[in-house]
Design a protein around this ligand. Sequence first.
Ligand code: ADP
Length: 326
Amino acid sequence: AYLAYIFQPKIMDNTQTKIIVVGSLSQDMVLCVNYLPTPGETIIASDFKIGLGGKGNNQAIAASRSGVSTYFIGNIGSDEAGKLLKQSLIANCVHTECLYTDSNYGTGLAFITITPDGNNSIIIAPQANNNLKPELIEKSSYIFSGRYILLLQLETPIETSLTAAKIAFSQKQPIILNPAPAAKQLPKELLEIVDFFIPNQSETQILTGIEVTDFNSAKIAAQKLKSLGPKNIIITMGDIGVYALTDDNQEIIKTAYKVSAIDTVAAGDAFCGAFAAHYSQYNSIEPAIDYASCAGALATTKTGAVDSLPYKSEILDYLEKMAKIK
Ligand code: ADP
């Protein structure tokens, strides 16, 4: 019965819905260090790994792994990193005909340092991601057809996201904005047409000035975010869970699934991709939040970004296991 609730019969017709992600891709340079260097200091890393990431890339793969046809609009350099990212998207069944190759900029890079206490500091060199111009949305406009969900983050130029959002809005298709990395202010024009606004605790604090530590403070922050324009607010709160305030002012409170978290990288990306995938098929917020919070929890049980993103079968197995325990 629990799974029937998560996967209720389709409310809409059977027209296949797809997901369009407009966003970033990057090669992650991960440095494990004993401590962060102070200015002027040189230190030796204890380990080094190269991974694939970028919030757009991660969220597209997360959505595709939940079995929904996913299209990516992005910009890479004509280099080895770009090739690897494209191959990885293709291997994950993401459509890449609107993944463009820039002749002036290299692929985006993220330099990540991780200390033994698990804290990470990140420096991003956006490169080609910053050159994802609105013209590339116009060039990709042929994929904005039929039923789709538009999924956006803040690692590519805001005017490009706005161009895509305006098309989706004019075609009455839902828009999801994950306002990450954190921004103090966002264009009103964009916020007013967003259907689902999905910040984490720190992004919420930077936008509202309210420190989100529990569901009560999340409620106050969500009300403030809603007054900025988005229809539905979904605040992800790590191992606390999720607080959502819907368009018709319903509260949805979901405590986190209890897992042994080893690496929280990409939990938010897993959540956003899985939420978009589930909502695109069932058009129902609460079951989509439940499914997505399971995806976020499972992502913390594996290391890495793309490597930790769960498949639909893993999410369903876990939900089924939880339903039996209940
Ligand atoms: P971000 O990665 O953007 O900071 P969060 O940490 O809020 O995002 O994680 C997104 C969602 O993933 C959470 O709302 C929660 O449902 C799930 N999640 C994240 N961390 C954990 C955890 N340690 N245990 C269980 N669920 C988690």
